[in-house]
Design a protein around this ligand. Structure first.
Ligand code: PMP
Length: 996
């Protein structure tokens, strides 16, 4: 029989429901479904069931939806639209055959399958939605719910008969393992589990999420209740999780989000949680076996192979996860202690602390020890990786211990560290991929060769000579037992080779027996001599590969697997520094203590504790690629700049009323980089201070007050500069222009009046300045200055059209004004083609203002001007800035110039920026939302538009992109009067791979 036409649907809607509608066919495997739109624009779905369908299952669905509408009215679900006679469904002759016909309200939304990305919030909300539905259905019953469906996860055992259909033996074995686990763990437990009517098929075509504009996006509705059945409650989240994890890089955490959401609305029992992993694997096994069976029947259908691929991939990934680790992950997602018996081990150790023999032979309760800070934000380590090189670090640790009068150094448990630099600690190849950072043991730093003793009686579980694995060295694991018979382990890493002689697997040890000694580099894994001591509640069959350092995203699970070793060691609590405030605590302290209009970037604020070159690191050690902070010009924490400032600060920092060569040396270097006649410097502390001074210079020189500025410009935060910053005085909280301020249009050849294809654009934009000049003269006002960024950054990463500044400067000078170039954002080689922005326009300003990158983050700014202007300013009033030009700031500025030259960073900016811009332009050609990509060197902007033709700005999209970039480890920012330009202005060490 042929499928129904839209004409059939129109007829049915009219005859059965008395509706005049427009109809559109919807996809459906067996049934015929139509989207109907009525005259009143209300939408519904007309459903015509397959031939021969008994009414029971349709009745079940109608009753479930009606029941849910009554019990959980706030859930957004399809509602049954009865016939005018009040029937939920009816039988009609369609093409001469009787069919069941019914109608549901249409729920708008995007199917989860088409939503990207599946954020954590989205998956959590999916679980929660299902939990709310199931919670409402606990007392629901219907005879038709007793169904025998191959997708019933409580009856997955049927696949055993079909395993032979899986041709690949490796894959067959994979499914066989999942099935065995199901038969051993799930089947015997089924009888004790809660049963209920469940949806049973929350696949990503049955889940609707809200529209892309909503942030964060959430699952809002569930459709297609055709697979509803009476099964075990836990099968619902297991099925949903099995779908949700498909195609995910980290399937376990995707599944855990769904489970957490479900549990938050409809709590799972511990017994149910324990079955989630085998159930999820069983569900994927049913999918792939079903596909294999179909393939055996229809060998030529390529679609089957395509559609089964994600399930195979997921099975492979899940099988690499220890089932108990998965169990602990789900327990944690449900707010339970991850390892169920970990608390019992911890309790026993607390009660038996006095029984523990000292691991290093000295009682750490009484012996002076010193706790090191090896955290991401450690001032002891700093950011320079060279510091953690073995010999240097060993020496520093020894020196620090001597200075503290301590014989034992302690490295902290649960500390996030960046010292684990090898690929073995990375989850992927990109520098921004998550690395293992959380230390799960305690380090005891002492002399190499110092003996190590068993703290508790036990048995040698494993001795391994891991010298080949440079991150570990010889290693020992002892097995112990609590009085109640609970097994746990202690691990000793970075030993000397003698541990191999002291111990052999199975040997009994008593508390206080020597089991090894502290190793020396390189045999100990090439670390400064120390013992890595760790407690393990479940070895997860990992043996010597049990990690000593964990991913921060799995922190609580690993802490439950490896509780605090200080339970055994007993280092007094007061030796440890107070814990660092959490991000949330820092945020609330900031809200309470700091002025609120000091803004914070990103929807999810970042706490950054370390910077190195083009990377920033949060407190967990997560790396972020910094693509928009131009202040650390030569790289965050560049060691040459750091050393220059540190050494000078350790010798002298004072004001400029004494002679000091740093000031003159620096001024000499700076002016040497400027064209004549720019030869006189004023050194200050911030660009705001410098722009203020530039205005004073201009007014002193001209004797006039009026200033011409560019629209959307920002020149600084002082009162005087807010007055010349339209971005501020015309923005929120602004009070409009002062009478002496005149705003010229921004010469934006993408969005402005004259476009890039107009060779006269520069001259035409300059005419607007000329018009202001004329007007001022006509009104009898003198002009003090024209001030502009030479490539406006706040204005939206704008590149002036050729000839613009030359024309402007001509008009301004003719009226007696001076020309101020604000080079705060673009100076110092970033543009690649030129060292200064004004050079790109072939002009020489009268006053140049420098800031931001000038000191690589050290407070420093400068004004460079002509002898004539400086001479007029020298009118008898003393000029003095307390910190301006101090020896430390000048030392930092000199080091920046040295690094720029020695590392050829301007050339580098030209090369990398050129490639990056070409790539961005290529993307612009392919994605309509990217209206324009522009810039020079590593000063680039990408402008997002709703419509390419009208160039209507897309600020929401820009904000979305920047927040998603942040989530994937890339920090970019937004600029431009319409907040739609993504700014790319990274520290100059930014390389080709970063650009990619
Ligand atoms: N001029 C320009 C072009 C700027 O972008 C800024 C800061 N964003 C300033 C001046 C003021 O700099 P500061 O905050 O260092 O005083």
């Amino acid at each position: 029989m042929s499928s129904l036409t839209e004409q059939d649907a129109l007829r049915l809607a009219h005859e059965l429901y008395n509706l005049r509608v427009a109809a559109r066919r919807l996809p459906g495997e067996y049934d015929d479904n139509f989207h109907l739109t009525g005259d009143d624009q209300r939408a519904s779905v007309l459903k015509v069931t397959r031939v021969g369908q008994a009414p029971g299952v349709v009745d079940l669905q109608c009753r479930v939806l009606t029941y849910l509408a009554d019990r959980a009215p706030t859930l957004v679900l399809p509602r049954v639209c009865p016939t005018p006679g009040g029937e939920p469904y009816t039988i009609a002759l369609v093409q001469g055959v009787p069919r069941l016909v019914w109608m549901l309200s249409y729920v708008p939304g995007q199917v989860l399958a088409e939503a990207n990305p599946h954020s954590a919030e989205m998956l959590h909300s999916l679980g929660r939605l299902l939990g709310r539905i199931d919670a409402a259905l606990v007392d629901f019953a219907h005879p038709a719910a007793q169904r025998d469906l191959k997708w019933d996860l409580a009856r997955a055992g049927w696949i055993r008969e079909y395993l032979d259909c899986i041709e690949d033996s490796h894959r067959r074995a994979l499914v066989e393992r999942c099935l065995s686990r199901y038969e051993h763990e799930v089947v015997p437990a089924l009888g004790g589990l809660r049963a209920s009517v469940i949806h049973g098929d929350a696949n990503d075509y049955n889940v609707l999420v809200d529209e892309p504009g909503m942030q964060p996006r959430r699952a809002v509705s569930l459709i297609d209740f055709g697979d509803m059945l009476l099964s075990k409650v836990v099968c619902e989240p297991a099925i949903a999780a099995a779908y949700a994890l498909l195609g995910k890089r980290d399937p376990l955490s995707a599944a855990a989000q769904v489970v957490a959401g479900y549990h938050s609305a409809f709590p799972l029992t511990e017994a149910e949680i324990a079955l989630l992993y085998p159930l999820i694997c069983a569900r994927l096994s049913v999918s792939v076996t079903n596909a294999a069976q179909r393939k055996a029947l229809e060998p030529d259908d390529p679609y089957i192979t395509i559609s089964e691929a994600p399930a195979w991939d997921a099975l492979e990934r899940l099988s690499a996860i220890h089932p108990r680790f998965a169990h602990y992950t789900f327990r944690q997602a449900c707010g339970l202690p991850p390892v169920p018996y970990s608390a019992a081990v911890v309790g026993w150790l607390q009660a038996n602390a006095a029984r523990c023999a000292p691991v290093l032979g000295v009682d750490l309760r009484a012996t002076p020890s010193y706790v090191f800070d090896l955290s991401v934000g450690s001032l002891f380590l700093g950011a320079d990786p060279a510091v953690t090189e073995t010999a240097a670090l060993s020496e520093r640790i020894a020196r620090e211990l001597r200075a503290a009068g301590a014989s034992v150094g302690v490295g902290r448990y649960d500390e996030a560290r960046l010292i684990y630099a090898t690929p073995a600690f990375a989850s992927g190849e990109r520098p921004t991929d998550e690395r293992r950072t959380i230390h799960l043991g305690v380090d005891l730093f002492a002399e190499a060769g110092a003996p190590i003793f068993a703290p508790l009686e036990g048995e040698v579980y494993l001795v391994a000579n891991n010298a080949a694995r440079l991150d570990y060295g010889p290693l020992l694991i002892l097995k112990h037992s609590t009085d109640a018979g609970q097994t746990f382990f202690t691990l000793y890493g970075h030993l000397g080779e003698d541990a191999l002689e002291h111990c052999s697997a199975g040997r009994r040890v008593a508390a206080g027996d020597q089991i090894g000694s502290i190793g020396a580099p390189p045999i100990n894994g090439d670390w400064p001599p120390h013992l890595h001591f760790q407690i393990i509640t479940d070895l997860l069959d990992l043996g010597r590969d049990f990690p000593g350092v964990a991913y921060a995203s799995q922190r609580e699970i690993w802490k439950s697997l490896s509780p605090d070793p200080n339970l055994i060691l007993g280092v007094p609590a007061e030796r440890f520094p107070p814990p660092e405030p959490s991000t949330a605590d820092t945020l609330s302290a900031r809200r309470a203590l700091i002025g609120r209009n000091l803004s914070i970037s990103y929807q999810q604020p970042l706490k950054i504790v370390r910077g190195w070159m083009q990377y920033l690191y949060d407190e967990t050690g997560r790396a972020f690629l910094d693509v928009y902070n131009n202040v650390p010009l030569v790289g965050h924490s560049h060691p040459r700049v750091v050393r220059a400032a540190q050494s000078q600060l350790g010798l002298l920092n004072t004001n400029t009323r004494y002679l000091h060569d740093n000031l003159t040396r620096y001024a000499g270097r700076l002016t040497a980089l400027m064209p004549e006649p720019l030869s006189v410097c004023f050194i200050l502390n911030s660009a705001s201070e410098a722009n203020e001074l530039a205005l004073r210079l201009a007014r002193a020189y001209t004797g006039h007050e009026h200033v011409i500025v560019l629209d959307a410009a920002y020149h600084g935060h002082t009162g005087g500069l807010i007055d010349i910053s339209p971005y501020k005085f015309n923005g929120p909280g602004g009070t409009g222009p002062k009478p002496w301020v005149h705003v010229a249009p921004i010469p934006d050849d993408y969005r402005g009046a004259y476009k890039r294809d107009d060779p006269e654009a520069g001259v035409k934009y300059a005419r607007h300045v000329a018009a202001i000049v004329d007007q001022l003269q006509a009104e009898g006002h003198g002009l003090a200055a024209y001030i502009a960024e030479t490539l406006p950054s706040v204005g939206g990463q704008i590149v002036f059209p050729p000839g613009y500044l030359a024309e402007v400067y001509r008009h301004v000078r003719a009226a007696g004004g001076v020309c101020i170039a604000d080079e705060v954002q673009v100076g110092f080689g970033r543009l690649g083609t030129h060292f200064w922005g004004f050079e790109t326009q072939g002009v020489v300003p009268d006053i140049v203002v420098l800031g931001k990158p000038i000191g690589n983050g050290f407070p420093l700014a400068a004004v460079v001007t002509t002898p004539a202007i400086a001479g007029k300013f020298d009118n008898g009033m003393e000029f003095f800035s307390t910190f301006g030009g101090n020896p430390v700031a000048c030392a930092a500025g000199l080091a920046v110039l040295d690094v720029l030259r020695d590392e050829r960073l301007q050339e580098h900016a030209l090369r990398v920026g050129g490639r990056l811009l070409a790539g961005l332009r290529d993307m612009t050609a392919r994605h309509v939302i990217l209206g324009d990509a522009r810039g020079s060197g590593l000063f680039l902007g990408v402008e997002l538009v709703r419509d390419r033709a009208t160039r209507e700005p897309a600020p929401d999209a820009a904000s979305y992109v920047v927040n998603r970039l942040r989530d994937s480890g890339i920090l970019a920012g937004i600029d431009g009067p319409h907040h739609n330009v993504i700014k790319i202005r990274p520290p100059l060490p930014f390389g080709h791979s970063d650009a990619e």
